[in-house]
Design a binder for this molecule. Structure first.
Ligand SMILES: Cc1cc2nc3c(=O)[nH]c(=O)nc-3n(C[C@H](O)[C@H](O)[C@H](O)COP(=O)(O)O)c2cc1C
Length: 380
């Protein structure tokens, strides 16, 4: 990707800056920061001053909505990474309060992403072993930029009471998110983590109520969404993130449009306010041909959809909205490159290519701050 010069905004990019409402939450525009794990909390999972500055910059930069990195939800098997922040107790909740105030002061809304890593946990200070739907070793290798190495261990299949405990962790964390002042929570059911493991054939071999056809494989997500809604109350925003690909199996696909329609119809019946879909390139057909995942989600769920995946080109992002294939676009790498991406685009300024060294050798904020400081020093 090379630097792109952008003409001053006109009707083509206007859809990006139109206000929108998700549940009870008013958004000043359609631009959101995607959830990104940055393993920069304290060892005990508390948000830090460096994270305060990091999230504050996105709000100052004009993003209408910011979704936190995935926060672990209990003190059993949910933590995925060392130095990952949590929402698993009152002290972790309280550590988020100044960040929520900072983001709100910058004019943005703030949603906490709730994440249980399941079999993809590669750093958990509470437990030395992992849990998943079935005792199947995850594909792929642990992520080095989050301090992992080698294969994933084989998880132990969860008992019914462990499933109940995981669901209760999501619900209690949603309640804490509300107490901390967040505008909502996003249930992470994507990218290969616990809830997505249950949805995935080949990984979920269960023969109880949580395994079998797509509806059974979604059962845990359904129960999490219902428990979160009950805990958080009717006016708190609740979303669900969904994907085909996984961090450990990038090219995974569902069976086809029919299965996607079934999944999104089921999710559409949940007491939630939005779906957040992610694909490598959000506008591409979800299968060999046909509609994108975001537009399938919109069509079959009837819910507002946040779309993610290589949407840092403003025209491409505006096109997703103008065609009604999504209601909000979320940026990952684009936001890491320019915390003020919305303000830049609105001013007609250029956007730069994503620089991989922001995430290497570690994907933490200290590394990113070093890269940005070095660039500033040479005037880049
Ligand atoms: C460093 C990094 C950390 C990420 N962590 C999370 C996460 O915690 N939760 C999540 O749902 N997605 C996570 N993602 C995926 C992003 O939300 C997003 O889907 C991905 O970056 C693709 O969007 P982009 O093309 O705009 O970068 C992460 C991505 C990156 C680059």
């Amino acid at each position: 990707m090379t630097a792109t010069a952008i003409a001053a905004p006109d009707t083509a990019t206007d859809p990006l800056f139109a206000p929108f409402k998700v549940g009870a939450m008013d958004l000043p525009n359609r631009l959101a920061v995607a959830p990104m794990t940055r393993v920069s909390a304290t060892e005990t999972g508390y948000a830090t001053p460096r994270m305060h500055d990091y999230y504050g910059r996105f709000a100052d930069g004009g993003f209408g909505l910011i979704i936190t990195e995935g926060l672990y939800t209990d003190q059993a098997f949910s933590q995925g990474y060392l130095f990952q922040p949590g929402l698993s107790d009152a002290a972790q909740r309280d550590a988020w309060k100044p960040l929520v105030e900072r983001v709100h002061a910058g004019g943005a809304r703030f949603i906490a992403q709730l994440m249980h890593a399941g079999a993809l946990s590669q750093g958990n200070r509470f437990r030395g072993d992992t849990r998943g739907p079935s005792a199947v070793r995850p594909a792929g290798r642990q992520m080095v930029f989050y301090r992992g190495s080698g294969e994933y261990p084989v998880p132990t299949a969860m008992t019914k009471s462990e499933i109940d405990e995981a669901i209760a962790g999501f619900a209690a964390s949603a309640y804490r998110a509300r107490e901390a002042g967040f505008d909502g929570v996003e249930i992470h059911a994507a990218n290969g983590y616990l809830l997505d493991q249950f949805l995935s054939e080949g990984v979920n071999l269960r023969t109880d109520a949580y395994g079998g056809d797509a509806a059974a494989r979604l059962q845990i997500t359904i129960e999490v969404a219902e428990a979160v809604r009950t805990a958080a109350g009717p006016d708190f925003v609740v979303g669900v993130r969904s994907s085909q690909g996984k961090v450990n199996d990038f090219h995974h696909k569902w069976r086809g449009e029919e299965e996607a329609a079934r999944i999104y119809a089921l999710l559409g019946q949940l007491p939630i306010d939005y779906l957040h879909t992610t694909e490598f390139e959000a506008w591409q057909p979800a299968f060999d041909e046909g509609a994108s995942l975001a537009s399938l989600a919109k069509r079959h769920s009837g819910l507002p959809v946040l779309a993610n995946g290589s949407l840092h080109d403003p025209d491409r992002a505006a096109d997703m909205l103008a065609r009604h294939n999504a209601d909000v676009v979320t940026l990952g790498r684009g936001a890491l490159t320019h915390a003020d991406w919305p303000r830049r685009v609105q001013a007609g300024a250029a956007t730069e290519a994503f620089d991989q060294t922001i995430l290497a050798p570690l994907a933490d904020l200290a590394n990113a701050d070093r890269v940005h400081a070095a660039k500033q020093a040479i005037g880049a």
